[in-house]
Design a protein around this ligand. Structure first.
Ligand SMILES: NC(=O)c1ccc[n+]([C@@H]2O[C@H](COP(=O)([O-])OP(=O)(O)OC[C@H]3O[C@@H](n4cnc5c(N)ncnc54)[C@H](OP(=O)(O)O)[C@@H]3O)[C@@H](O)[C@H]2O)c1
Length: 253
């Protein structure tokens, strides 16, 4: 436990499981008050809160579909009602289903399904928290991308395309918001098994490890630690950057 984020309100989208849960826990260990956003699984979101509370941290689960403007408005209003304070740290982490589709199988709709999570939702959320951050002259926005943008992945262009947009968006927001004291960065995880990867064979895991210079799989905590770093003052002179957390797996670009 530390106190690097003491007194800060952190909103983590998709905090009910997977990387989001570990990001919530890591932020709470630094004394942030964490809003665990979720869409469907109240039990999972509650479990994230229980884990945080069992370590002495503070967390509240709030349901909202972050691709919907009305639900975002209600989410932000509820946070202010509960804490009497505006959001200091926004982590754009949530994802919907990520179907692997060939170019022929893809449609504008399947592209938009990804873009609404990785472009629309971060934009609507940023717009919702910016006035509070500007008033304080401080704030952190941390987008969660993916290293598939560097590797390119066959039959996954819907997801890769939407994730690609996040780097340009991050850089552009960082330039615009830097003068206001607001930093914007992108964490790009490599393959980091979470609950939804339970069916992946040991053979695939071993094959992946062979390609990772550090010869292990990423752990959700590896991603969470990067987020805490970017949320804290230790990274106070870093903005508009991409921090890849994938054990050094490089793609020759
Ligand atoms: N894990 C990896 O290997 C990996 C690698 C690279 C990048 N990433 C990125 O890391 C982020 C987290 O991935 P993950 O693997 O942890 O995903 P995950 O385990 O599938 O979790 C997704 C989270 O998003 C929430 N969610 C889904 N639809 C939502 C909506 N409409 N509104 C609000 N929340 C919603 C889910 O909540 P409900 O359960 O309530 O639906 C859940 O908490 C994603 O952006 C992903 O692209 C992951």
């Amino acid at each position: 436990m530390g106190n690097r984020l003491s007194g800060k309100i952190a909103l983590v989208t998709g905090g009910s499981r997977g990387l989001g849960r570990r990001i919530c826990q890591a932020l709470a260990r630094e004394e942030a008050k964490v809003v665990v956003n979720y869409a469907h699984s109240i039990d999972d979101a509650q479990e994230t809160c229980n884990l945080i509370k069992s370590e002495g941290g503070e967390a509240t689960a709030i349901q909202a579909d972050i691709t919907d403007q009305n639900q975002i408005d209600k989410l932000i209003a509820k946070i202010e009602e509960i804490y009497g304070q505006r959001v200091d740290i926004l982590v754009n982490n949530a994802t919907g289903p990520q179907p692997e589709l060939s170019i022929e199988e893809n449609t504008w709709g399947t592209y938009m399904d990804q873009i609404k999570f990785f472009v629309k939702a971060p934009l609507l959320l940023a717009k919702a928290v910016l006035s509070g951050m500007k008033e304080k002259g401080a704030g952190q926005i941390i987008n969660i991308g993916s290293d598939v943008v560097q590797s390119g992945e066959a039959n996954f262009s819907n997801y890769v395309t939407a994730k690609s947009a996040m780097i340009g968006m991050t850089r552009s927001w960082a330039k615009e918001l830097g003068p206001k004291g607001i930093r914007v960065n992108l964490v790009t995880p490599g393959f980091t098994p979470v609950e939804r990867h339970a069916d992946i064979s040991q053979e695939s895991i071993e094959r992946h490890k062979e390609q990772v210079p550090l010869r292990r799989m990423g752990q959700p905590e590896d991603i969470a630690n990067a987020v805490v770093f970017l949320a804290s003052e230790e990274s106070g002179f870093i903005t508009g950057q991409q921090l890849t957390v994938n054990g050094g797996k490089s793609f020759g670009v």
